[in-house]
Structures are given as structure tokens and as C-alpha cells.
Design a protein around this ligand. Sequence first.
Ligand code: MTE
Ligand code: HPA
Ligand code: MOS
Length: 751
Amino acid sequence: MKHIDAVSHTRGESQYVDDMPQPSEMLFAAVFSSPVMHGKIMALHVQDACSMDGIVAVLTSKDIPGENQIGPIIQDEELLASAEVCYVGQPVALVIGTSPEIARKGVRKITLDIEQLPAITDPKEAFSKGNIIGSPRTFILGDVEAAWKKCDLVLEGVCDIGGQEHVYLETQRARAIPLEENNLCIYSATQGPSAVQRHAAKVLGLPAHNIEVDVKRLGGGFGGKEDQATPWACMAALAAWHTKKPVELVLGRADDIKMTGKRHPYKSDFKIGVTKEGKILAYEASHYQNSGATADLSPAVLERTLFHGTNSYFIPNVKIFGVCCRTNLPSNTAFRGFGAPQGMFVIESAIAKVAEKLGIPREAIQTKNLLKENDLFPYGQRVRNCRSLLTWNKAVEKYKLSEIRKRAENYNKTHFEIKKGIAVMPICFGISFTTTYMNQASALVHVYTDGSVSVSTGGVEMGQGLKSNIASIAAKGFGIRDTRIKIESTNTTRVANMSPSAASATTVLNGNAALIAIGQVLDRLKSMVAKELGVQEKGRITVVNEKVLCDGRETDWTWDRLVQTAHLNRIDLSAHGFFATPEIYFDKIKEKGHPFAYHIFGTAIIEVTLDCLRGAYDIDSVKIVHDLGRPLSELVDRGQIEGGLAQGLGWMTIEDLSFNEKGQLLSGALATYKVPDVYFMPDDIELTFLEDEGNTLGPYGNKAVGEPPFMYGIGVFFAIRCAMRAFRPQKEFALASPLTPERVLLQLYAE
Ligand code: MTE
Ligand code: HPA
Ligand code: MOS
């Protein structure tokens, strides 16, 4: 099956929030935000804006009828700043006008008197001043202190890891429609419709059932709309509540980049100890997460950094410390990988240091330490269905790593200013929300009397192909054509209390919920037909290709007849299904448990060519062996792997967030913030899939695929570094990302 939206996307016919026909009298909101990093609000002057033609209202924190609070984990985030601002771009006032242009003009008429306060942008500085969010966390396995003495080589190092802007094509937006009796419908571009519902209700002082949130699809989320779609939806709702008119709020690209959070930059220290055979005996890391101004999802992101702090390796003695550091930057948030990429970058960096010291390729260390069946993660879970070595060996053999290496060595011998570099990047990513209770989902299924089917779930289509997956599951589940299935918008009145679509688990959770609902309807239909056929057990009845079979043999019953007869017999053709991932738990006091349903494994080989006179590089090839399970739609999953890889490559190389000392983002436009394009991507991307018979949890053997491939991109950093070392073998290079061509050049010629 192709991606269900492929045709309508290509034709530009897919509808997003602001493509729906505009209701008459719709108003438009724009946001006035803090011009400074940190300060006390002394006075806010809105009169000039209010008196403009076409301006309907200017709303501030004083106009919030309920609670001015939208923090998802910790209550530390105001919708509109009341007394203090903590970053450039923090929303302070909402201007409502008769057109988007007028509203934006109104914003420019607002002024703010501010008493500036000292600001912090560095996480280690924030930590040293006690500016932290929540409590630090430490995962421990074995005894590192005792282990250092047994190591033949112990090395220390520091990493400085950059952030990343989401660059979803569709910027943040929402449209709120007032309905009768204090009810509101919000069309929001969110990964978390229930979070929007909960917070809009809180802000307006209404019960949740007064707020209906509807999501048709997103033009990309990538984690940036897991939680940070909420403020804009709440603002649209607030404006609609005050004006009693429909109100739309769409952030322009510049406002979006300025006002929203990004992937967390980290500063991390590590210490690693190995035997002379290259076995890692001990590893210690301290992660200082640059959380930005509020908690947002930072504590959960940090937790995943710790979970994935040893990537695909078994290390008997581990101590990983992490802390969320509060800084005066927009609050950083979920982004594909959710903290895991930072944790993995640091262990891969530590391995690079060791390999460089010993004068051997990184692979020599990596292979000796890959996870094996039943090995223990520092968080207490044992590896099951481990495919670390399997994907590694398959990649090395199939893509002939030794030949790639030999070719590169020969090339480097004969070329002075152009060097090739190679890296191998294994991944191991845990599937499940790390916050256990979030691993639940519901679905609502209706069969209409003409045999067509409507499926609602709590999952949001954001481009990842959820609708295609659910349609395929529903068609398989009922035994009918996929053209019979319609996937509805995601709506809080049809499915309540949704977890956000995130953690790569949307198909697993919502697909299973849909299958449970489908099973209920099908059971009723089978009981009915068994009776009609005079058969005792309904288990002998199956539906295949729209035909009803008994003991595998055709009967004269079809799907159409089945459905129509059931209706005439007053049999319920609708069902609600609920699924919760079994057997997962985590004890945050002991920092031990079984947080993941399963892990995804894979190995990538990355080859680059570096122009050592200019610092410019080309990524020649990325060759992957990936643990895909049984895809519901292989094309969709290939898209996920290539898209995730592209984002990972960009994060490590050209995506450079640069703030000045005033906290203003210098790369705040797509002209200065570069993302990978088709030319940047390697011409040669090869994908090989492991077939997995063993994933009993995924619907029809399906495995999560959304986030893991992002982390293959980490390899490019070490491939470029490998080429840099071929040119300057004696030099020490920083473990700092992104490794832009400019940074490469500066480091090659540092003296
Ligand atoms: N793919 C597209 N096209 N657009 C997106 O926004 N988000 C990614 C990934 N792939 C995203 C995407 C992220 S961050 C996650 S967690 C998963 O998709 C979410 O969807 P899933 O749970 O269905 O995999
Ligand atoms: N991934 C994404 N979002 C989350 C998670 C996670 O693991 N845990 C809590 N929110
Ligand atoms: Mo994805 S970062 O879990 O939305």
C-alpha cells in the first residue's frame, strides 16, 4: 500500500487547519513576545494597538478566566507572561484583528517597559548556580570506581552537542470556533489533542467536555507538536472565548523559529576505561541538558538520554548522571529520538577517543562490546531478541566493510587534500513511552450497513503514515478491501484521554486498540453467521477477501450480506477498543525496571569524502541493515527510514543554531538555518531489512520505525572526523556538533 495521502499531498489537495473554508467573521490573532532574555515586566503599553482600525482586542494574562498555566509535567509555564519574561520570544500579549496582516501590525504597536535581569544560556553555568528543573537522575550498574583500577586505559573527554530546529513544513497553528453555551471546537495542528483539550479547558476555567479538539493531519510534527502545539491552541481558544467569533492563529516561519523550543543542546563529560583487548569495563557520563526556560517535557527527554546512554553496548560498570538545567532560551522539547541521540553521541564519542588513542578504527572497539542476548541494561531490563550482532555482522558482510575500508585507505594514500572517512553506527532504541502510564490507546470502529467502515483512533497522522497503517490493519482485521476503510480525523469526542502520537509507538498502541474493537464486531458477526449455518463454534468462521468461510470453505455469505443481516437482527455494528502495553514498569526510586516492550536494532555504514582545503564534505553512501519487523506498508517505512536518517545527518552536520549574547537566534530563518536537501543526501542509500517473526506485540508483526533511524545519522560525525584525522593524524579535534564545514576548516587549520 502507498501512503494514503500520497496523491492528495502531491496535488496540493490535502487540507490543513487553515485550508478549511473560513467561517464568516473569522478573526486572526498574532502574538506579541518578549524582546529580552530575562526581565521583570514593569508596564505593558497596548493602547496604540487597541485603537488601530481593524484591531478587535488585545489580550494579556489578566484576561485569562481560568488558570494561566500550561506546564505539562511541572506547573512552571504561563500561557501569557504576567510578571516576568524568561526568554526572547516568550508570549506576552495576543492581538486580535480582522486580518492576519492587521493583527501583526497591531503587535508592532505594543511596547513593554522591562527591568532587565541577568540571563544564562549555558547549562553547566545554570547547574553551578542551582538553576535546575526537578531532581538530577543517576543510573548505576556494577561499580565504576572499583573498575577503573582494572582498566589498561582510562580516558576522559567533553562533548558539546548542538540543538536542532524541527522545520516542520506546517508551522504552529490552530483555529478555535465558539459554539453554543460556552462550548468550543479547536482545530489544532497538534500531536496531542487531549493535551490541547486539557489545557484549553484549564485556561478557560471550563470542564474538558466543553472543549472538542479535532486534528485531521499535520504537516510534520517531529516532536515539536507533542506538547508545544498547546500554547497556540489555547491562545486561539482564549481569543474565541472573548470575542465570540472564530479565531485563527498561524505563526509565520520567523515567529515559529523564534518562539518555539528545539532539540535540547547538551554539555556532557565522560570517562571510559578499557582493557588492552578493547573490552569496555567502565563508563561514566554526566549530561547537562540545556532545558530552556521551562520544564516542558525536559525531564522525560533527560530520562531517555540515560536509558540510551550506553547505546548498543554491554558495559558491566556504568554510572550515568543527568540533570535538566534551566536557561534563558525557549523551552526545548521533544524531537525525534527524544534525548536518546544525545546519550548515544556521548558513548560513541568516548569510543572514538579510545580508538584514536590506540590507533585503531572505532569498529575494533565497537564489535567487542555489542549487546548479546540477556545482557543487562543499566536500568535493570535484560535484552531480549537481541539483534545487535546480527545487524552488525550482516552489514559488515553484505556491504563488505573491509573492502570499503581498503578502498578508502588506498584513496587517502594517493590523494593529499581530499580524504575519505568511514564510520559504523549501531543503534538500539527502546519502544514504549518511558512514562509507563502513557502506553495506552483507544479506538472507535463503526461498520455501516453498506459494508463501509469508519475508524477513529487516538493517533495523529503527521506524515509518518499512521492512517495508511491503521487502514491496512483494519482491512486485514475484518478481511475486507482497504478501500472499505475510512480513517477519521482524530477527535476528542470520539476518543478520550489520548496519549500524544509520539515515542514511535502510535501504530503499535492505536493499531492494537483498533484490532480489539474490530475483534468485538467480528465476533458478533461470526456468532450470528454460525447460528445461521447451524455451526456450533464461531471459531470455525473466518472472513477472507470479503467472503465468509466455514472451516476454510466458501459459504454463500459475503461481507455485504453479513453486515446487512446483522443490522436487521439488531446486532451492534460498532465497538470501542482499548489497549495497554503489557508487562512494562519502571521504579524511579531504584532507577530499575522494564520500561520498554522491546528494542529496535540496526547498523549503518557511512562513507564521506572531505575536501580538506575547503572543509566541505559529501556524504557518499549510507548502507543500513535495519530491524524492521513485518511492515504494514514497506514504502511508508522506507520513507520513515530515509527521512529519519536525513534529519540525523542534518543534526550532526549543517543544522547550526546560533544565538547572540542577547539571546537572539542568528540562524532564525531558513536562509541561515540549513537543513538537508536532496543534494546533501547521499546518492547511495541502501536498506536491508531483517525479517522478524518474533514481534508478537506489534499488529501483524509490525515494529515501530519512526525514531530509531534518526540515530544512524550520528555516524556521519565520526566518518567526517575519520577523514579529518586522515589529513591531520596528530591533531586533537573537539567532540562538538554540529560539525559544519566551517568548523571542520577551523579545526584543520587551528594553529
Ligand atoms: N515522519 C513524518 N513524516 N512526520 C513527522 O512529524 N515524526 C517522527 C516520526 N516520523 C514524524 C515522522 C516522530 S518524532 C515520531 S515519535 C514518530 O514519527 C511518531 O509517529 P509513530 O509513532 O507513528 O511512529
Ligand atoms: N517519547 C516521547 N514522548 C514521551 C516519552 C517518550 O519516551 N515519554 C514521555 N513522553
Ligand atoms: Mo516523537 S519526539 O516522540 O514526537
